[in-house]
Ligand binder design. Structure first.
Ligand SMILES: [Mg+2]
Length: 108
């Protein structure tokens, strides 16, 4: 992987830890079944390509999160962990609900 370069900023760049929820975030449930939210999946992939650490988690449990991480092509680059509310070691959490799990929570 090629390290991205940001003129004048490279020396302050740090690896961040991002977490993505499954239901409603990486996928959306429709009458026709579960459909990937490709723009969110792509964002996770882009963050990994930039060298950041990406986690997939779900209130449905670790096995459920892993099955979707595999189906979406994010695993094993993305790691699967238990979803928890005190995840302050996670820098940014993406979720379809307003949460306060990580240092920064982003509702998508
Ligand atoms: Mg959700």
């Amino acid at each position: 992987m090629t390290e991205p370069t940001y003129p004048g900023k490279a020396e302050v760049r740090t690896v961040k830890r991002f977490a993505f929820d499954v239901d409603g975030t990486l996928i959306k449930m429709t009458a026709n079944g579960d459909i990937p939210r490709y723009e969110i999946v792509q964002m996770a992939r882009t963050l990994m390509d930039l060298g950041h650490t990406v986690f997939v988690w779900s209130g449905g449990g670790k096995d459920y999160a892993e099955s979707w991480a595999k189906k979406l092509g994010l695993w094993p680059e993305a790691r699967v962990i238990e979803k928890r509310n005190d995840a302050f070691d996670i820098d940014v959490a993406f979720d379809d609900h307003a949460t306060s799990m990580a240092t920064v929570d982003i509702m998508v």
